[in-house]
Design a protein around this ligand. Structure first.
Ligand code: PXP
Length: 261
């Protein structure tokens, strides 16, 4: 995989970038591992290791690592989450559906951040934002339990005013705006999706909520997203891991981090 940097290079790369922060989603590395080893979790051959990938992403300038522990454990497993918490020198952003089992794990692991996402077994990846208006009652105790444990809670929501309002009522400090519709659209439709995101970001900021965003972003569609007001962090996975096949994960992360800076 990527070559290691000398200690002085590593500390330079890990200094906080001045632009938008990059969270690298490493689920896709685990997906590749599971494609071969899902039926033999105890095999000694478990490459590629998402934990090793996370360290390479940190060397490339990631400000944090994102991993989604799904109920069906289709990619990231419990072992990955516990190890990530132990070895990361940046921060762990645990993505999770609102279920008692995963909540219990989050409260044991105590990642720096948790991003609550919708989850259905049929989807290939997280398809829509969390409908926090419809799920207010079940979200309230989860948000409280996570916040009481000192975790920074974020809701992955569509860029809709009603969702921002509910995020504010639920008292979360951060939202991650779903950029999937923007990424999928072209032409006038893409412009309109961009404006929805800009409006939602402005509303969130007005409500005192930190603005993060992600999903479907890549090296070419990222530019306009960087114009979102008060954008703090982007979470990007597929594009970086895809580029890593050709240039290595450290370099793929560095290239994206430079675009965000
Ligand atoms: N943010 C969230 C909440 C996600 O669920 C995902 C996909 O796992 C991402 C960001 C990253 O999306 P992508 O892999 O398309 O960059």
């Amino acid at each position: 995989m990527d070559s290691k940097n000398s200690p002085s290079q590593v500390s330079n790369l890990r200094s906080q970038p001045s632009g938008v922060l990059l969270g690298v989603n490493i689920d896709h590395v685990a997906t590749l591992r599971q494609a071969r080893y899902a039926r033999n979790a105890h095999s000694i051959n478990v490459e590629p290791d998402p934990v090793e990938a996370a360290l390479a992403a940190e060397r490339g300038g990631a400000a944090g690592i994102t991993a989604h522990l799904r109920q069906d454990r289709r990619h990231i497993g419990d072992r990955d989450i516990y190890l990530l918490k132990e070895v990361l020198s940046t921060k762990l952003n645990l993505e999770m559906g609102n279920t008692p089992e995963i909540l219990e794990i989050a409260l044991k692991v105590l990642p720096s951040d948790v991003c609550l996402v919708p989850e259905s077994r049929e989807e290939i990846t997280t398809e829509g934002g969390l409908d926090c208006v419809a799920h207010r009652t079940s979200l309230e105790p989860t948000v409280k339990a996570l916040r009481d444990a000192g975790i920074t809670v974020s809701l992955f929501i569509d860029p809709e005013p009603a969702q921002i309002e509910m995020a504010s009522l639920l008292g979360v400090p951060v939202v991650e705006l779903h950029t999937g519709a923007y990424a999928e659209a072209s032409g006038v439709e893409r412009e309109s999706e961009l404006h929805r995101l800009i409006n939602a970001a402005a509303l969130a900021d007005k409500a005192g909520i930190q603005v993060n965003a992600g999903h479907g972003l890549n090296y070419t569609n990222i530019g306009p997203i960087l114009t979102l007001p008060k954008l703090v962090e982007l979470n990007i996975g597929h594009a970086i891991v895809s580029r890593a096949v050709f240039v290595g994960l450290e370099q793929a992360t560095r290239e994206m981090a430079e675009l965000l800076d």
